[in-house]
Design a protein around this ligand. Structure first.
Ligand code: NAD
Length: 454
């Protein structure tokens, strides 16, 4: 693949290892994004009518904040980190050097098509790598503007975009990369992992999952409903960390449902189809998949559709069966199953059915219950008494576990993710304690105490 070959040659010039070079690169990226912020909003709107507010907040400003923070901190992140040395090696100074992996491949999905292509790029470049980005073919307008920005900011030997679908993705995956950063479904994540294994390429896999939100009998129901509905119907339910299904204490279920209906109407009005604040399902394929999931289900609210632009209104479904289509895998659309529970065993029965999710949320005023959920279940990250917001703190690593992914990024974690940590001990020559050299003369009873010197 020509693009990778020229990037390999460029990486070997060592120019990307200069922190000044990296900073200039990130500043160029920053300028090109700022210059096109409106065009980015237009592109994502053309792809699936994402409201401008959501594009600004969750895509462009999100990425610009990460750029600003990275530009401020990257010189200190890049510096070799001095660590304490061990008596064993005395006299020495010990360091962790941050070394770029080399040539990075970034494969992005369509749901936050700008953010998820550019946020990993920031970490990759800050750490001194080159990058090829493969944006999603499902959002072609965004792919085009990502391509335009990258062309304006960088030479292809440093960063480039390869547009295309599954075949293109598989073609680039067949190459030998130094690091692959993939965001997308668990199914494709497995394909990526297999391709990477052939070359022993390290990967980050940012995948999906079936995220539960648990609402207990002590929760502040009106606030809970507002925060669940916001996180769920943002981007028309196409957010990897949105609630997938709600498990609610049966004593407060009715109240929660009423408050969810109220919140949805407060957010989008009576005529949601005409709301400028509600996006569309991204493609006909995804849209018909969602409609299929609704077949045979009891709809408590919504369920309205318009085939002409893949419109599916915010929809609440009552008590879907565990074996139903809706509860088979990740929904990834504006359908919210409401499932009541009587006791904690019911909660466990649901959560244990799926792989480790990317997020879990708990609405409760009981600290012991909050703690129990955090301690009992494994999941990427989450929030207590809110949803989705864990992504907004750059100091928190963002990533999945088990079926929801491998690795985490954002802020400093991105820099570390794209850096190999090279351990170096710098030894002094003025002293050379002979005890380690053969013939071994140290009495064995002293060797048994050596652990104190490590
Ligand atoms: P997807 O897995 O279908 O596609 C992602 C990328 O992989 C695209 O660029 C696509 O071209 C490529 N691809 C698709 N099929 C492929 C194949 N067979 N071989 C090689 N490459 C292939 O995912 P999507 O539909 O674009 O995105 C939705 C999924 O992404 C959801 O599961 C969601 O939860 C997940 N997601 C996760 C995060 C996260 O940060 N963890 C963020 C957003 C989305």
């Amino acid at each position: 693949m020509e693009q990778l070959k020229i990037q390999r040659d460029f990486f070997r010039t060592h120019r990307t290892k200069d922190v000044g070079f990296r900073k200039k690169a990130l500043r160029r990226l920053q300028q090109e994004i700022i210059a096109r912020e409106d065009a980015i909003c237009d592109a994502i709107y053309a792809d699936f009518k994402k409201p401008r507010f959501e594009t600004l907040a969750a895509e462009t400003q999100f990425v610009l904040a990460d750029l600003k923070h990275t530009l401020k901190k990257m010189a200190s992140w890049a510096r070799p980190e001095k660590v304490g040395s061990s008596w064993m090696n005395w006299p020495s100074s010990d360091y962790i050097y941050k070394e770029p992996y080399g040539n990075v491949l970034i494969i992005a999905p369509w749901n936050y098509p700008f953010q998820l292509a550019i946020a990993p790029l920031i970490g990759a470049l800050a750490a001194g790598n080159t990058a090829v980005i493969k944006p999603s073919e499902v959002t072609p307008h965004t792919a085009a503007i990502v391509s335009e920005i990258i062309k304006a900011a960088f030479k292809p030997e440093y960063v480039t975009v390869v547009e295309g679908g599954v075949e293109t993705s598989q073609r680039v995956l067949a190459e030998k990369w130094d690091y692959i950063f993939f965001t997308g479904s668990t199914r494709v994540g497995q394909i990526v992992y297999e391709s990477a294994a052939k070359h022993l390429t390290p990967v980050t896999l940012e995948l999906g999952g079936k995220n539960p939100t648990i609402v207990d009998g002590t929760a502040a129901i009106a606030t809970a409903a507002k925060r669940i509905a916001w996180g769920k119907f943002l981007n028309a339910g196409q957010t990897c960390i949105a609630t997938d299904y709600v498990l609610v204490d049966s004593s407060v279920k009715q109240k929660l449902v009423e408050e969810l209906k109220k919140s949805i109407t407060d957010f989008y009005g009576e005529n949601i189809e005409n709301s400028p604040d509600y996006a569309r399902t991204v493609s006909e394929k995804h849209y018909s998949g969602l409609k299929d999931m609704l077949k045979g289900e009891e709809i408590l609210f919504g369920g309205n559709t318009n085939d002409s632009d893949n419109y599916l209104s915010p929809t609440l479904v009552n008590e879907p069966k565990l074996g139903s289509k809706l509860m088979e895998g990740e929904i990834f659309g504006p359908i919210l199953p409401i499932i009541s529970y009587e006791n904690e065993a019911d909660i466990d029965r649901h959560i244990a059915k799926y792989g480790k999710p990317l997020a879990t949320y708990v609405f409760s005023n009981r600290k012991s219950f909050q703690k129990k959920i955090i301690d009992t279940y494994s999941f990427g990250g989450g929030a207590i008494n809110d949803t989705v917001i864990q992504i907004t703190n750059k100091r928190l690593p963002f990533g999945g576990v088990g079926a929801s992914g491998i690795g985490a990024y954002h802020g400093r974690t991105s820099f570390d993710l794209f850096s190999h940590q090279k351990s170096i001990i710098k030894k002094a020559n003025w002293l050379d304690i002979p005890l380690r050299y053969p013939p071994y003369t140290m009495p064995l009873k002293f060797v048994k105490k050596v652990k104190h010197l490590f």
